[in-house]
Ligand binder design. Structure first.
Ligand SMILES: Nc1nc2c(ncn2[C@@H]2O[C@H](COP(=O)(O)OP(=O)(O)O)[C@@H](O)[C@H]2O)c(=O)[nH]1
Ligand SMILES: [Mg+2]
Length: 279
């Protein structure tokens, strides 16, 4: 399988990011809790070198609780302020406020000593596509959604959402591009549905999922399939197609449809709470 991210998109995204980063104090970075490393763009480290960093493990409702905890601890050991979030259900969203305030404590204190009082910290949401940026902004800003509009000294057209008296949020998130350093990164992003399926072979994806689950979550796989997965992955998919009644032209098992059903179920969390990479 081959994964691509068009360089054109990347150049534009990078330029936007560099512009916006100048305006803010704190970066709130979203990663997908199911792939906390592969859904993180390492280039942001350089771009955000002198910014305060908050990292949110979003979609924790879909991820393995134990592994999420390990990842959270890992990122904290790397100097991030972190929180677990389910942006879709609005869980953990409110707590982000205090995490951001905590992260900015030193800066606010520094400002205060220099006589700068009551200047809100400015934040921006960043993350690769599909990580939940828009959902999070809607939930986070939801009620507070009073846009403060253009301000003197701020690039024209930028909208700031005043979250409370201490935090302002740039209303458009920074889009990071996935970084396919190795093919496994692309594969994991494809499995969670962050890369469009048209450019991938769904059966191959399902086979990769079966392979991974067999190793890491054999009980969940058995429970989901309704039978023990023995034999090659494609054999398992064939059996699963029959079991789900995916039949084409008379009697042939339709493995494409079965694979699509399996991937949909997995992405919706119906196979279980599964994390695709370990600390
Ligand atoms: N299960 C779950 N789904 C989420 C969560 N946050 C976002 N989503 C879903 O993920 C998809 C992508 O979200 P979106 O906000 O459009 O991502 P963006 O591309 O980063 O702006 C949408 O279908 C959301 O409903 C979450 O915490 N849990
Ligand atoms: Mg969006």
């Amino acid at each position: 399988m081959h994964f691509q991210w068009y360089p054109g998109h990347m150049t534009k995204a990078k330029r936007m990011m560099q512009e916006n980063i100048k305006l803010i104090d704190v970066i709130i970075e979203l990663v997908d809790a199911r792939t906390p490393l592969s859904s993180k763009n390492p280039d942001i480290e350089k771009m955000a070198a002198n910014k305060i960093r908050v990292l949110l493990l979003n979609k924790y409702d879909l991820a393995d609780e134990k592994k999420t905890k390990e990842w959270k601890e890992y990122y904290e050991s790397q100097g991030y302020f972190t929180a677990l979030v389910n942006a879709k259900a609005g869980k953990g969203v409110r707590a982000v406020n205090s995490v951001v305030m905590d992260a900015c404590k030193e800066k606010i204190e520094r400002d205060r000593k220099r006589g700068i009082i009551n200047r809100p910290v400015r934040a921006m949401i960043v993350g690769i596509p599909n990580v939940g940026k828009s959902t999070f902004i809607n939930s986070f800003a939801g009620k507070a959604c009073a846009k403060t509009g253009d301000k003197p000294g701020v690039t024209k057209g930028k909208q700031w959402i005043r979250l409370n008296k201490s935090i302002e949020l740039l209303d458009t998130p920074g889009i990071l591009w996935p970084k396919f350093e190795d093919q496994m990164v692309g594969l994991r992003l494809a499995l969670i549905g962050s890369i469009k399926d048209e450019i991938l072979q769904i059966e191959e994806l399902a086979c990769e999922l079966i392979k991974y689950l067999r190793l890491e979550y054999p009980d969940m796989l058995r429970e989901y399939l309704g039978f023990e997965a023995t034999g090659a992955e494609h054999e398992v998919l064939l059996m699963y197609a029959e079991k789900r009644g995916c039949i084409q032209r008379g009697s042939e098992p339709d493995t494409v449809r079965a694979a699509a059903l399996m991937m949909d179920d997995y992405r919706a969390g119906k196979v279980g709470k599964i994390t695709l990479e370990s600390r």
